[in-house]
Ligand binder design. Structure first.
Ligand code: BTN
Length: 284
């Protein structure tokens, strides 16, 4: 790929300027630099390879050349339906919703891509940020915010999708079972066409971020609904971890996860820093 061809493929999408790199440390790090220099809303950074890709919770994100999609979109807060009224209000709920925007766009984009090729797949969202197919992780989303003093300059929505088998990290680096789009569809995938579908869905849902339709679409993709999961949440400002086991009921109107705990009480969880795992009853 090169910048000219990528711009041509994305030309009918309402995006900002595009930067393309054959290899880069991290598209999110590049987005932070560009945002600081004044990148406009919806500026896009795409890389074929990342040598220092960032995952959630300080983890590494594996992006070898020629096998994955790795890109970051810069979002200016004044253009976001959920932030424009009160820009200072970057709550956990808003951050979680932006993470969901990325995950929902990947789900819809994957489905549209597969449909256009007479295939199908059923992507789901492991709350808050992973895209799963068949119970295996296929994509991840990392949202980072950039500040000047107490003013938020921009948000970066970074998305990584495993496309070809080589993009699946080595077994010893996996914290959750992984897969890739080609393994699911059983055929070669045109990464750039898939990128186009995902960005189309992302632009669609970005305009609807504040709508209940967004929460409904997100909830309809929720993995493990009706199943019991264990959740480990980091208590913010603290090194402590909290453990919770419960049945996933769905989302509340602001996108928090609703669970029924072992006492039958309904609890809601509004944190980005969580590990969510299905409970394997057969091992109990
Ligand atoms: C996760 O841990 O699941 C989130 C992974 C996010 C990876 C993407 S790849 C593009 C962007 N650049 C990065 O360095 N990370 C994100």
């Amino acid at each position: 790929m090169n910048l000219t061809n990528l711009q041509r493929i994305l030309s009918d999408l309402f995006l900002g300027p595009v930067r393309y790199f054959d290899s880069i440390g991290s598209t999110n790090a590049e987005a932070a630099r560009w945002a600081e220099e004044g990148a406009p809303d919806l500026a896009l950074i795409v890389a074929d390879e990342q040598t220092a890709g960032r995952g959630r919770m300080g983890r590494r994100w594996y992006t070898p050349p020629g096998a994955a999609l790795a890109f970051s979109l810069i979002l200016r807060p004044e253009h976001l339906p959920i932030l424009s009224a009160k820009q200072a209000d970057l709550s956990l709920a808003v951050l979680t919703r932006l993470v969901a925007l990325g995950a929902l766009a990947v789900c819809d984009g994957l489905e549209a891509y597969a449909h256009a090729r007479s295939s199908s797949l059923q992507p789901q969202i492991k709350w808050p940020n992973d895209v799963l197919v068949g119970g295996r992780k296929l994509a991840g989303v990392l949202v980072e915010s950039h500040w000047k003093g107490d003013r938020m300059l921009a948000l970066t929505l970074g998305i990584g999708i495993n496309v070809a088998p080589l993009s699946i990290p080595p077994e010893d680096e996996l914290t959750f079972p992984a897969t890739c789009v080609e393994a699911i569809l059983g055929k070669a995938v045109d990464r750039w066409s898939l990128l186009r579908h995902v960005l189309t869905a992302l632009l669609y849902w970005r305009n609807k971020l504040a709508d209940q339709a967004f929460i409904q679409a997100w909830e309809s993709r929720l993995a493990y609904k009706g199943q019991t999961v264990t959740i480990t949440a980091l208590v913010s400002g603290d090194a402590r971890e909290e453990h919770l086991e419960g049945e996933i009921l769905g989302l509340n109107p602001s996108g928090a996860l609703r669970l029924r705990d072992s006492l039958g009480d309904v609890v809601t969880l509004q944190s980005g820093e969580v590990h969510l795992r299905p409970v394997d009853r057969s091992k109990k």
